[in-house]
Design a protein around this ligand. Sequence first.
Ligand code: MG
Length: 229
Amino acid sequence: MAVRLSPEIEVDALGFDLDHTLGFDDRLELRTMLRYARGAAASHGTAVREHASALLALARAGRLTIDQAVAIFLGAYLSASQAQAEVVRWREEVVAEALVGMRPAPGALACIERLEARGIPVAILTNGWSPLQEAKAQSLGLSHLPMLISEQIGALKPAPEAFAALVGQLGTRRERTAYVGDDLDDDVLGARAAALVPIWVPERNPAEADLRALPEGVVTVRTLEELAP
Ligand SMILES: [Mg+2]
């Protein structure tokens, strides 16, 4: 069985990004971090939010672990010993919230269900940490899917090693494997550079200029349902 994406493009398997592609956590990490510095947030205003956002961005880029990012953040507003204890509590709390708080992307669950019913291999490749990403998948009812998490495989998208791990998991050829994501750089251009078939599902309506600037071979869909009608 194969999935036809266009008259010229057909694939045997699909990999999916998790955040903002299969589901949304509505800034769960940021919201929970701010809750731990509520007093400071009240007196420092938006600076606290920007501080947390900047640290999370460093964690997403692999330059800090998530525990380091949260410890630095809490260390700025709490005593050192309090901050250390709160990092552990934060970790547990954010995972517990993810287990119940994910919002599926439009058409995402139907798409996965239909691909599976057709015998198409499907897996998740996600930048993030464990066990948060597993909790998100569980909340979406997708915990049965194979999932590759950057923290565990030691490679962050858009690195080619991340996509190589996905292809290894799916057991297909790169040029017959699609990767579906919302992020133009990490997902779409990363998958393309690794010789997979990139599918872009933009979170918002893309500007005409963005669409014109897309490299050849990128398939764009509005919702995931279009992939498995
Ligand atoms: Mg994403």
